[in-house]
Design a protein around this ligand. Structure first.
Ligand SMILES: [Zn+2]
Length: 221
């Protein structure tokens, strides 16, 4: 894994930055797809991990959650409106229904697992403040650390083109987004924070905060 800021590491993935998993302090943030289980556990060997938190309960973020929580005997935390999906493993309430999400469900979705703590706006996790950022999924949350203006925003925006892998700012595809208009509101809410470093679920860490804010301001009302 690679250190990207104080107490923030990005696990190695393949292709690099396609599906990101972070270690913030001693909290594992997201867990990739069901297929990522062994890789995530291998990378965490020798590290202290006391909890696992989600940005949102989509298959490419919660896929290995159950396996990791059971292997490390750690509790799972997520936003309130994604809790039921995470606990049942039935993600139909947090994903639009289409051929693409049905395929993802078959390939990537992890089994349900109890959520020990619901994350609410203003809560603290590993020195980060929780910010509600619904839209892509109903219970998506972002993680904000004001001291170095570091924002981890899940899939409110993508830092790469998901088809080509080319770096750049994009709204998440509508195919995977429950409420695109609400997600855009969440992007505006997060841009007001004026982050210096933005970390995505997909794409490499983005260190041009001004370009991030400009991109969001340029989105149609
Ligand atoms: Zn995602």
């Amino acid at each position: 894994m690679k250190k990207i800021a104080e107490d923030v590491h990005l696990l190695d993935g393949f292709p690099p930055n396609a599906i990101n998993v972070y270690l913030i302090g001693d909290v594992l943030l997201d867990a990739g797809t069901r297929l990522a289980k062994n890789r995530v556990l291998r990378e965490l060997k020798g590290r202290t991990v006391t909890a696992h938190a989600l940005t949102h309960a989509h298959p490419d973020h919660q896929g290995a959650s159950k396996a990791v929580c059971e292997a490390l005997n750690i509790p799972l935390w997520c936003g309130e409106k994604d809790k039921l999906a995470m606990e049942t493993g039935d993600l139909t309430s947090v994903l639009p229904d289409n051929w693409n999400t049905r395929l993802q469900n078959m390939l990537w979705t992890g089994a349900g697992h109890p959520v020990a703590r619901v994350l609410r706006e203003g809560d603290t996790v590993a020195g980060f403040t929780i910010i509600d950022a619904p839209g892509h999924s109903p219970g998506q949350v972002a993680y904000w650390r004001e001291s170095d203006r570091l924002l981890i925003l899940g899939d409110v925006l993508n830092g790469m083109n998901l088809l080509t892998g080319v770096t750049g700012l994009h709204e998440p595809p509508k195919l995977f987004t429950v409420d695109p208009a609400l997600n855009r509101d969440s992007a505006r809410k997060l841009a007001k924070l004026k982050p210096d470093l933005v970390c995505f679920g997909h794409g490499r860490p983005w260190r041009d905060g001004e370009a991030f804010v400009r991109f969001v301001e340029g989105l149609a009302k």
